[in-house]
Design a protein around this ligand. Sequence first.
Ligand code: HEC
Ligand code: CU
Length: 376
Amino acid sequence: MERDYQREFTFSPPQATSTAAEVDWLYYSLVGMTVFFTLLICAVIVTFMVRYRSTARLNRRIHVSHKRLLMIEIGWMLPPLAIVMGSFFWGAAIFFDQRQEPADPLRIYVVGKQWMWKVQHEGGRREINSLHVPTGRPVVLTMISEDMIHSFYIPAFRSKMDVLPGRYTVQWFEPTQTGTYHLFCAEYCGTDHSRMIGSVIVQTPEQYAQWLEDDEEEPPASRGRRLFQQYRCNDCHVQSEDRRGPPLTNLLGSQVTTVDGRTVTADLKYFRNSIRNPDDDVVAGYQAVMPPYPQITEEEILLIMAYLESVSAGRAEERASQQGAAPDAAAPEDQAPSESGNSEPGSSPPRENPPGGPSPQQPERQEQQPRNQSPE
Ligand code: HEC
Ligand SMILES: [Cu+2]
Protein backbone atom coordinates (compact mmCIF):
# COMPACT_ATOMS: atom_id res chain seq x y z
CA MET A 1 0.00 0.00 0.00
CA GLU A 2 1.40 3.36 -0.98
CA ARG A 3 1.14 5.98 1.66
CA ASP A 4 2.10 9.58 1.85
CA TYR A 5 3.86 9.53 5.17
CA GLN A 6 4.98 13.13 4.94
CA ARG A 7 1.39 14.23 4.84
CA GLU A 8 0.17 11.61 7.27
CA PHE A 9 2.55 12.44 10.05
CA THR A 10 2.20 16.14 10.49
CA PHE A 11 3.43 18.12 13.46
CA SER A 12 -0.14 18.57 14.56
CA PRO A 13 -2.61 15.79 13.71
CA PRO A 14 -6.21 16.76 12.96
CA GLN A 15 -8.35 17.75 15.93
CA ALA A 16 -11.00 15.07 15.66
CA THR A 17 -12.66 15.17 19.07
CA SER A 18 -14.45 17.68 21.27
CA THR A 19 -11.48 17.94 23.64
CA ALA A 20 -8.65 17.95 21.11
CA ALA A 21 -8.54 21.74 20.69
CA GLU A 22 -8.39 22.27 24.44
CA VAL A 23 -5.47 19.87 24.78
CA ASP A 24 -3.71 21.65 21.94
CA TRP A 25 -4.21 25.04 23.58
CA LEU A 26 -2.56 23.79 26.74
CA TYR A 27 0.21 22.17 24.78
CA TYR A 28 0.94 25.20 22.64
CA SER A 29 0.89 27.52 25.65
CA LEU A 30 3.43 25.34 27.40
CA VAL A 31 5.60 25.31 24.30
CA GLY A 32 5.10 29.07 23.90
CA MET A 33 6.04 29.75 27.50
CA THR A 34 9.09 27.54 27.27
CA VAL A 35 10.27 29.28 24.12
CA PHE A 36 9.59 32.71 25.59
CA PHE A 37 11.54 32.10 28.81
CA THR A 38 14.37 30.34 27.02
CA LEU A 39 14.81 33.35 24.74
CA LEU A 40 14.42 35.80 27.62
CA ILE A 41 17.05 34.07 29.75
CA CYS A 42 19.45 33.77 26.80
CA ALA A 43 19.00 37.45 26.04
CA VAL A 44 19.69 38.41 29.66
CA ILE A 45 22.78 36.20 29.77
CA VAL A 46 24.18 37.72 26.59
CA THR A 47 23.37 41.28 27.68
CA PHE A 48 25.01 40.80 31.05
CA MET A 49 28.04 39.12 29.49
CA VAL A 50 28.61 42.12 27.31
CA ARG A 51 27.68 44.76 29.80
CA TYR A 52 29.59 43.40 32.79
CA ARG A 53 32.59 42.00 30.95
CA SER A 54 35.82 42.35 32.96
CA THR A 55 37.17 45.23 30.93
CA ALA A 56 34.04 47.32 31.22
CA ARG A 57 34.46 50.36 33.41
CA LEU A 58 31.57 50.17 35.81
CA ASN A 59 30.91 50.91 39.40
CA ARG A 60 30.68 47.37 40.77
CA ARG A 61 29.95 48.36 44.35
CA ILE A 62 26.29 49.29 44.05
CA HIS A 63 24.46 49.22 47.31
CA VAL A 64 20.98 47.70 47.18
CA SER A 65 18.68 48.28 50.11
CA HIS A 66 17.18 45.39 52.02
CA LYS A 67 13.71 46.36 50.97
CA ARG A 68 14.65 46.41 47.35
CA LEU A 69 16.35 43.04 47.61
CA LEU A 70 13.20 41.62 49.15
CA MET A 71 11.10 43.01 46.31
CA ILE A 72 13.46 41.44 43.80
CA GLU A 73 13.26 38.08 45.54
CA ILE A 74 9.47 38.17 45.64
CA GLY A 75 9.40 39.46 42.10
CA TRP A 76 11.20 36.50 40.67
CA MET A 77 9.36 33.93 42.77
CA LEU A 78 5.70 34.93 42.63
CA PRO A 79 5.09 35.26 38.87
CA PRO A 80 6.72 31.90 38.06
CA LEU A 81 4.73 30.30 40.88
CA ALA A 82 1.54 31.73 39.43
CA ILE A 83 2.45 30.51 35.94
CA VAL A 84 3.36 27.01 37.11
CA MET A 85 0.27 26.63 39.30
CA GLY A 86 -1.87 28.02 36.50
CA SER A 87 -0.64 25.41 34.05
CA PHE A 88 -1.06 22.75 36.70
CA PHE A 89 -4.72 23.56 37.33
CA TRP A 90 -5.37 23.95 33.63
CA GLY A 91 -3.84 20.55 32.91
CA ALA A 92 -5.60 18.96 35.89
CA ALA A 93 -8.96 20.30 34.71
CA ILE A 94 -8.48 18.68 31.32
CA PHE A 95 -7.22 15.50 32.96
CA PHE A 96 -10.25 15.18 35.23
CA ASP A 97 -12.55 15.94 32.36
CA GLN A 98 -10.99 13.11 30.37
CA ARG A 99 -11.20 10.72 33.32
CA GLN A 100 -14.84 11.40 34.09
CA GLU A 101 -17.16 9.10 32.23
CA PRO A 102 -19.81 11.05 30.30
CA ALA A 103 -23.51 10.26 30.59
CA ASP A 104 -25.13 7.87 28.12
CA PRO A 105 -22.01 6.83 26.24
CA LEU A 106 -21.52 4.28 23.51
CA ARG A 107 -19.58 1.45 25.13
CA ILE A 108 -16.90 -0.39 23.22
CA TYR A 109 -14.60 -3.07 24.63
CA VAL A 110 -10.95 -3.37 23.68
CA VAL A 111 -8.60 -6.26 24.36
CA GLY A 112 -4.91 -5.75 23.71
CA LYS A 113 -2.66 -8.72 23.10
CA GLN A 114 0.70 -9.31 21.49
CA TRP A 115 0.36 -7.77 18.90
CA MET A 116 -3.08 -6.73 17.99
CA TRP A 117 -6.14 -4.85 19.14
CA LYS A 118 -9.43 -6.69 19.38
CA VAL A 119 -12.52 -4.56 19.53
CA GLN A 120 -16.04 -5.58 20.51
CA HIS A 121 -19.02 -3.30 19.90
CA GLU A 122 -22.03 -3.27 22.12
CA GLY A 123 -24.25 -3.34 19.08
CA GLY A 124 -22.77 -6.69 18.14
CA ARG A 125 -19.79 -6.48 15.88
CA ARG A 126 -16.12 -7.26 16.35
CA GLU A 127 -13.03 -6.06 14.57
CA ILE A 128 -9.25 -6.33 14.76
CA ASN A 129 -6.76 -3.48 14.53
CA SER A 130 -9.44 -1.02 13.60
CA LEU A 131 -12.01 0.91 15.55
CA HIS A 132 -15.22 2.27 14.05
CA VAL A 133 -16.91 5.06 15.98
CA PRO A 134 -19.70 7.50 15.17
CA THR A 135 -19.54 11.27 15.53
CA GLY A 136 -21.66 13.24 17.95
CA ARG A 137 -21.73 10.80 20.80
CA PRO A 138 -19.27 10.16 23.64
CA VAL A 139 -17.56 6.80 23.27
CA VAL A 140 -16.23 4.95 26.30
CA LEU A 141 -13.57 2.34 25.71
CA THR A 142 -13.25 -0.30 28.42
CA MET A 143 -9.89 -1.93 27.90
CA ILE A 144 -7.90 -4.86 29.23
CA SER A 145 -4.83 -6.81 28.15
CA GLU A 146 -4.25 -10.55 27.75
CA ASP A 147 -0.52 -10.27 28.34
CA MET A 148 1.71 -7.19 28.63
CA ILE A 149 1.05 -3.54 29.31
CA HIS A 150 -0.07 -1.87 26.10
CA SER A 151 -1.31 1.63 25.52
CA PHE A 152 -4.18 2.64 23.28
CA TYR A 153 -3.24 5.87 21.61
CA ILE A 154 -5.16 7.90 19.03
CA PRO A 155 -3.15 11.06 18.30
CA ALA A 156 -5.99 12.76 16.40
CA PHE A 157 -8.17 12.34 19.47
CA ARG A 158 -5.42 13.51 21.86
CA SER A 159 -6.38 10.44 23.81
CA LYS A 160 -4.15 7.76 25.30
CA MET A 161 -4.56 5.23 28.06
CA ASP A 162 -2.58 2.24 29.27
CA VAL A 163 -4.12 -1.18 28.73
CA LEU A 164 -3.20 -3.43 31.63
CA PRO A 165 -3.31 -7.15 32.28
CA GLY A 166 -5.76 -8.06 35.03
CA ARG A 167 -7.46 -4.70 35.29
CA TYR A 168 -9.94 -2.72 33.23
CA THR A 169 -9.00 0.81 32.27
CA VAL A 170 -11.23 3.33 30.58
CA GLN A 171 -10.86 6.20 28.16
CA TRP A 172 -13.51 8.29 26.46
CA PHE A 173 -13.77 10.81 23.66
CA GLU A 174 -16.40 12.38 21.49
CA PRO A 175 -15.39 12.30 17.82
CA THR A 176 -16.42 15.39 15.89
CA GLN A 177 -14.84 14.88 12.50
CA THR A 178 -15.29 11.93 10.17
CA GLY A 179 -12.20 10.38 8.65
CA THR A 180 -9.54 7.74 9.18
CA TYR A 181 -6.93 8.25 11.87
CA HIS A 182 -3.93 6.46 13.27
CA LEU A 183 -4.10 4.06 16.15
CA PHE A 184 -0.89 3.15 17.97
CA CYS A 185 0.25 1.00 20.80
CA ALA A 186 2.24 3.53 22.79
CA GLU A 187 3.85 1.21 25.31
CA TYR A 188 6.74 -1.01 24.27
CA CYS A 189 5.32 -4.52 24.45
CA GLY A 190 7.80 -6.81 22.69
CA THR A 191 9.15 -7.68 19.26
CA ASP A 192 6.27 -6.52 17.11
CA HIS A 193 5.26 -3.55 19.22
CA SER A 194 5.82 -1.20 16.32
CA ARG A 195 3.37 -3.19 14.23
CA MET A 196 0.65 -3.04 16.85
CA ILE A 197 -1.05 -0.31 14.91
CA GLY A 198 -4.37 0.22 13.24
CA SER A 199 -6.87 2.78 12.12
CA VAL A 200 -9.73 4.57 13.74
CA ILE A 201 -12.59 5.20 11.37
CA VAL A 202 -14.96 7.95 12.38
CA GLN A 203 -18.30 7.75 10.59
CA THR A 204 -21.57 9.60 10.71
CA PRO A 205 -24.11 7.97 13.06
CA GLU A 206 -26.00 6.61 10.05
CA GLN A 207 -22.89 5.10 8.49
CA TYR A 208 -21.90 3.60 11.79
CA ALA A 209 -25.34 2.02 12.30
CA GLN A 210 -25.10 0.61 8.80
CA TRP A 211 -21.61 -0.69 9.46
CA LEU A 212 -22.79 -2.44 12.62
CA GLU A 213 -25.43 -4.19 10.58
CA ASP A 214 -23.18 -5.23 7.72
CA ASP A 215 -21.72 -7.96 9.85
CA GLU A 216 -20.92 -11.32 8.43
CA GLU A 217 -19.15 -12.57 11.52
CA GLU A 218 -20.90 -14.30 14.33
CA PRO A 219 -22.13 -11.61 16.75
CA PRO A 220 -20.51 -11.48 20.20
CA ALA A 221 -23.67 -12.54 22.04
CA SER A 222 -23.95 -15.72 20.03
CA ARG A 223 -20.26 -16.53 20.43
CA GLY A 224 -20.65 -15.85 24.13
CA ARG A 225 -23.52 -18.27 24.32
CA ARG A 226 -21.39 -21.00 22.78
CA LEU A 227 -18.59 -20.29 25.24
CA PHE A 228 -21.09 -20.39 28.10
CA GLN A 229 -21.99 -23.90 27.06
CA GLN A 230 -18.49 -24.96 26.11
CA TYR A 231 -17.12 -24.04 29.53
CA ARG A 232 -20.09 -25.72 31.18
CA CYS A 233 -21.19 -22.56 32.97
CA ASN A 234 -24.73 -23.76 32.33
CA ASP A 235 -24.13 -26.85 34.45
CA CYS A 236 -24.67 -24.61 37.45
CA HIS A 237 -26.09 -21.35 36.13
CA VAL A 238 -29.36 -22.53 34.68
CA GLN A 239 -32.87 -22.75 35.80
CA SER A 240 -33.35 -26.24 37.14
CA GLU A 241 -34.28 -28.03 40.31
CA ASP A 242 -30.74 -28.64 41.49
CA ARG A 243 -29.16 -25.47 40.25
CA ARG A 244 -26.01 -24.70 42.18
CA GLY A 245 -25.20 -21.21 40.95
CA PRO A 246 -27.20 -17.96 41.00
CA PRO A 247 -29.00 -16.75 37.87
CA LEU A 248 -26.71 -14.55 35.79
CA THR A 249 -29.23 -12.55 33.82
CA ASN A 250 -29.66 -8.93 34.90
CA LEU A 251 -26.49 -9.26 36.95
CA LEU A 252 -24.55 -6.28 35.66
CA GLY A 253 -25.45 -3.11 37.48
CA SER A 254 -27.21 -4.89 40.33
CA GLN A 255 -26.21 -5.08 44.00
CA VAL A 256 -24.95 -8.44 45.22
CA THR A 257 -24.93 -9.51 48.85
CA THR A 258 -22.09 -11.81 49.80
CA VAL A 259 -22.07 -14.56 52.43
CA ASP A 260 -19.99 -12.37 54.74
CA GLY A 261 -22.65 -9.66 54.56
CA ARG A 262 -21.02 -7.18 52.20
CA THR A 263 -22.90 -5.49 49.39
CA VAL A 264 -21.01 -5.22 46.12
CA THR A 265 -21.99 -3.56 42.88
CA ALA A 266 -21.86 -6.11 40.09
CA ASP A 267 -19.91 -4.17 37.49
CA LEU A 268 -17.70 -5.61 34.77
CA LYS A 269 -14.78 -5.82 37.19
CA TYR A 270 -16.89 -7.84 39.63
CA PHE A 271 -18.12 -10.07 36.83
CA ARG A 272 -14.59 -10.78 35.68
CA ASN A 273 -13.37 -11.46 39.19
CA SER A 274 -16.30 -13.82 39.81
CA ILE A 275 -14.92 -15.96 37.00
CA ARG A 276 -11.22 -15.62 37.79
CA ASN A 277 -11.45 -15.76 41.60
CA PRO A 278 -14.94 -17.02 42.48
CA ASP A 279 -14.07 -17.32 46.18
CA ASP A 280 -13.43 -13.59 46.61
CA ASP A 281 -17.13 -12.68 46.72
CA VAL A 282 -19.29 -15.71 47.38
CA VAL A 283 -22.93 -14.83 46.80
CA ALA A 284 -25.18 -15.15 49.87
CA GLY A 285 -27.27 -18.31 49.79
CA TYR A 286 -24.79 -20.29 47.69
CA GLN A 287 -21.86 -22.62 48.30
CA ALA A 288 -18.38 -21.69 47.12
CA VAL A 289 -18.36 -24.53 44.61
CA MET A 290 -17.56 -22.57 41.48
CA PRO A 291 -14.07 -23.43 40.18
CA PRO A 292 -11.79 -20.58 39.07
CA TYR A 293 -11.33 -20.24 35.32
CA PRO A 294 -7.81 -18.96 34.67
CA GLN A 295 -7.92 -20.42 31.14
CA ILE A 296 -10.74 -18.18 29.94
CA THR A 297 -9.28 -15.30 27.94
CA GLU A 298 -10.18 -11.67 28.53
CA GLU A 299 -11.87 -11.62 25.16
CA GLU A 300 -14.02 -14.61 26.13
CA ILE A 301 -15.07 -12.94 29.38
CA LEU A 302 -16.32 -9.98 27.36
CA LEU A 303 -18.13 -12.30 24.95
CA ILE A 304 -19.85 -14.15 27.80
CA MET A 305 -20.79 -10.79 29.26
CA ALA A 306 -22.26 -9.74 25.88
CA TYR A 307 -24.29 -12.96 25.81
CA LEU A 308 -25.64 -12.52 29.34
CA GLU A 309 -26.50 -8.89 28.58
CA SER A 310 -28.36 -9.96 25.47
CA VAL A 311 -30.61 -12.27 27.48
CA SER A 312 -31.07 -9.77 30.31
CA ALA A 313 -34.14 -7.62 30.63
CA GLY A 314 -31.75 -4.79 31.34
CA ARG A 315 -33.34 -3.94 34.65
CA ALA A 316 -31.15 -4.39 37.66
CA GLU A 317 -34.04 -3.71 40.07
CA GLU A 318 -35.84 -6.78 38.89
CA ARG A 319 -32.95 -8.92 39.90
CA ALA A 320 -32.56 -7.09 43.19
CA SER A 321 -36.03 -8.25 44.22
CA GLN A 322 -35.05 -11.80 43.44
CA GLN A 323 -31.72 -11.62 45.21
CA GLY A 324 -31.55 -13.77 48.26
CA ALA A 325 -34.29 -16.04 46.99
CA ALA A 326 -33.63 -19.72 47.37
CA PRO A 327 -31.46 -21.15 44.61
CA ASP A 328 -34.31 -23.19 43.23
CA ALA A 329 -36.72 -20.28 43.05
CA ALA A 330 -37.85 -19.10 39.64
CA ALA A 331 -34.92 -17.72 37.75
CA PRO A 332 -35.16 -14.56 35.66
CA GLU A 333 -33.93 -16.59 32.72
CA ASP A 334 -37.49 -17.75 32.42
CA GLN A 335 -38.89 -14.31 31.82
CA ALA A 336 -35.97 -12.70 30.09
CA PRO A 337 -36.86 -11.79 26.53
CA SER A 338 -34.16 -13.07 24.26
CA GLU A 339 -33.66 -10.24 21.82
CA SER A 340 -31.39 -11.99 19.40
CA GLY A 341 -33.51 -15.08 19.25
CA ASN A 342 -30.96 -16.97 21.33
CA SER A 343 -32.06 -19.89 23.37
CA GLU A 344 -31.95 -19.38 27.12
CA PRO A 345 -28.90 -20.53 29.00
CA GLY A 346 -28.88 -24.26 29.09
CA SER A 347 -31.63 -25.05 26.64
CA SER A 348 -31.17 -26.91 23.39
CA PRO A 349 -27.56 -27.10 22.22
CA PRO A 350 -26.56 -24.51 19.62
CA ARG A 351 -26.45 -25.76 16.08
CA GLU A 352 -22.92 -24.45 15.55
CA ASN A 353 -21.59 -27.18 17.78
CA PRO A 354 -20.34 -30.36 16.19
CA PRO A 355 -22.31 -33.48 17.09
CA GLY A 356 -21.33 -34.80 20.46
CA GLY A 357 -20.73 -31.28 21.74
CA PRO A 358 -17.47 -29.51 22.35
CA SER A 359 -15.14 -30.90 24.96
CA PRO A 360 -15.08 -28.31 27.73
CA GLN A 361 -11.94 -26.70 29.03
CA GLN A 362 -9.63 -28.11 26.48
CA PRO A 363 -6.89 -25.50 26.26
CA GLU A 364 -5.89 -26.28 22.70
CA ARG A 365 -9.34 -25.81 21.32
CA GLN A 366 -9.90 -22.58 23.18
CA GLU A 367 -6.54 -21.28 22.06
CA GLN A 368 -7.52 -21.95 18.48
CA GLN A 369 -10.88 -20.43 18.65
CA PRO A 370 -10.29 -16.71 18.77
CA ARG A 371 -8.00 -17.00 15.79
CA ASN A 372 -10.32 -19.10 13.68
CA GLN A 373 -13.26 -16.92 14.49
CA SER A 374 -11.60 -13.58 14.15
CA PRO A 375 -12.39 -11.33 11.25
CA GLU A 376 -9.63 -11.03 8.61
C1 HEC B 1 -19.80 -25.95 39.65
C2 HEC B 1 -20.85 -25.01 39.43
C3 HEC B 1 -20.50 -23.73 38.69
C4 HEC B 1 -19.94 -23.60 37.45
C5 HEC B 1 -19.51 -24.68 36.50
C6 HEC B 1 -19.87 -22.18 37.19
N1 HEC B 1 -20.35 -21.49 38.25
FE1 HEC B 1 -20.48 -19.49 38.42
N2 HEC B 1 -21.13 -19.66 40.31
C7 HEC B 1 -21.41 -20.85 40.96
C8 HEC B 1 -21.86 -20.59 42.30
C9 HEC B 1 -22.26 -21.64 43.33
C10 HEC B 1 -21.84 -19.20 42.47
C11 HEC B 1 -22.22 -18.41 43.70
C12 HEC B 1 -21.16 -18.50 44.73
C13 HEC B 1 -19.96 -17.67 44.37
O1 HEC B 1 -20.13 -16.48 44.16
O2 HEC B 1 -18.87 -18.24 44.29
C14 HEC B 1 -21.37 -18.64 41.20
C15 HEC B 1 -21.23 -17.29 40.93
C16 HEC B 1 -20.96 -16.77 39.70
C17 HEC B 1 -21.00 -15.37 39.38
C18 HEC B 1 -21.37 -14.25 40.33
C19 HEC B 1 -22.89 -14.23 40.32
C20 HEC B 1 -23.56 -13.25 41.20
O3 HEC B 1 -24.79 -13.33 41.31
O4 HEC B 1 -22.89 -12.39 41.79
C21 HEC B 1 -20.69 -15.25 38.07
C22 HEC B 1 -20.62 -13.97 37.25
C23 HEC B 1 -20.46 -16.57 37.56
N3 HEC B 1 -20.63 -17.47 38.57
C24 HEC B 1 -20.13 -16.84 36.25
C25 HEC B 1 -19.81 -18.12 35.80
C26 HEC B 1 -19.34 -18.40 34.48
C27 HEC B 1 -19.14 -17.36 33.37
C28 HEC B 1 -19.10 -19.74 34.42
C29 HEC B 1 -18.53 -20.52 33.26
C30 HEC B 1 -17.27 -20.07 32.77
C31 HEC B 1 -19.46 -20.30 35.70
N4 HEC B 1 -19.89 -19.28 36.50
C32 HEC B 1 -19.38 -21.64 36.02
C33 HEC B 1 -21.30 -22.10 40.42
C34 HEC B 1 -20.73 -22.40 39.20
CU1 CU C 1 1.32 -3.21 22.61
